[in-house]
Design a protein around this ligand. Structure first.
Ligand code: GLA
Length: 388
């Protein structure tokens, strides 16, 4: 059985047991790993994520009772129930807010929200920076759009609904990258996103390259406060330079008009400006099969996150250095996601992946002794309905 088959069986069994009937619809949406372009999305810049074959599946059926009932298979089979006609009230448990938040975004767009029975299960590692919550929100947005308002929402709408839920209901000030990757990626490709226009371009991942995500064993902590602080520093720098977002700043302007900007904000801006340029170069390198160039760009991205944006941790720097020493020019490695723990991403010639595996398992330990956890991933496609 494939990983997806297992997940499907789990969610279908749970649905039947909870509601005593068959679901009418099954929707899936993936997590994502970002190849390059970190903390550029909320600066209107460029990103290059891949959807991965770790995902959330949701089964649902319209209910006559008028209530919305949800069973979360991965949260100790916790349940939630609320009235779609009443205001949605935030709950203590975050998973409940992801569900209510998506429905609140539907309602805000004057889309119909009515009674449903829902079961959810996913296999995206949580707290790893692989966007388990985007995968849940986008899967739910896909399901609700097909069930409640068929034919009215584009994949970009689904991503925006999911992002609005995070921003306004869950209370996380994230950008649009994770949700767009989960909604719009295509199989075998990375997705270059212009986070201002929301134009996307599929960039084929050469078939001789393999994708690994390695979890450092360090759960991401203090993420929200550090993330918000970085956003504020970027906004401050944009104001200093008189641009609406750092996307609009060139390297030359960055250097020439530096006077009066504090060193920290300057370095934050330098990360964003140089990272945007690296995303565009990395897309070209992938298109040309220039793996040595990709390797260089990912190394520069990591150094910039470490020295200018200051979102890596010493143990993660070590893990990246270990893998880089094995790969040399045969692939790229860098920390991926928001930072302060979580995962590194490796995109490298397939014949080097066993050595990467071996070194990460043998030589890496998190500060508390935890071993690296390695996930082999396929660049996958975005949200979809599954056949029942
Ligand atoms: C988190 C956010 C994204 C993005 C990344 C950093 O994953 O959800 O919007 O800002 O951090 O690149």
């Amino acid at each position: 059985m494939t990983r997806r088959d297992q997940l499907e069986v789990r969610v279908l069994d749970a649905f039947r047991a909870a509601y005593g009937s068959e679901p009418e619809m099954l929707a899936v949406a993936p997590g994502r790993v970002n190849l390059i372009g970190e903390h550029t999305d909320y600066n209107d810049g460029f990103v290059l994520p891949c959807a991965i074959d770790y995902e959330t599946i949701i089964a649902a059926r319209r209910s006559n009772g008028g209530q919305i009932s949800i069973l979360a298979c991965d949260q100790n089979a916790e349940t939630d129930q609320f009235d779609p006609a009443q205001p949605f009230v935030a709950q203590k448990q975050e998973w409940k807010n992801h569900v209510r938040g998506v429905l609140a975004s539907f309602r805000q767009r004057s889309l119909p929200v009515s009674g449903m029975e829902i079961a959810v299960s996913g296999n995206v590692p949580q707290g790893a920076g692989l966007s388990s919550s985007a995968s849940l929100s986008v899967a739910l947005a896909k399901l609700c759009s097909e069930q409640l308002a068929p034919g009215t929402l584009s994949p970009t709408d689904l991503a925006q609904i999911a992002q609005q839920s995070e921003n306004d209901f869950v209370g996380t000030a994230c950008g649009i990258m994770d949700q767009l990757a989960s909604a719009r990626a295509t199989s075998g490709n990375a997705l270059q996103i212009d986070c201002r226009s929301l134009d996307v371009k599929a960039v084929a991942v050469p078939t001789d390259l393999g994708l690994l995500v390695i979890h450092s064993g360090i759960t991401r902590g203090l993420v929200d406060s550090a993330y918000n602080e970085r956003r504020a520093q970027c906004e401050l720098a944009a104001q200093h330079y008189g641009v609406s977002a750092l996307r609009d700043l060139t390297i030359d302007q960055l250097k020439a008009n530096r006077a009066g900007l504090d060193d920290v904000s300057y370095r934050r801006a330098r990360h964003v400006v140089t990272e945007n340029a690296r995303v565009l170069e990395a897309s070209k390198a992938l298109e040309n099969g220039d793996i040595a160039k990709l390797s260089q760009l990912m190394a520069q991205s990591h150094a910039s996150m470490r020295d200018d944006f200051e979102i890596t941790l010493p143990a993660i720097d070590e893990l990246v250095a270990m893998v880089a020493a094995v790969l040399e020019e045969s692939g790229g490695v860098r920390m991926t996601g928001g930072g302060f723990g979580g995962c590194i991403v490796v995109l490298a010639k397939r014949d080097r992946l066993d050595d990467v595996h071996a070194v990460a398992e043998r030589d890496y330990r998190a500060p508390d002794g935890t071993k690296a956890q390695i996930f082999a991933c396929q660049p996958s496609s975005g949200a979809a309905l599954l056949e029942l």
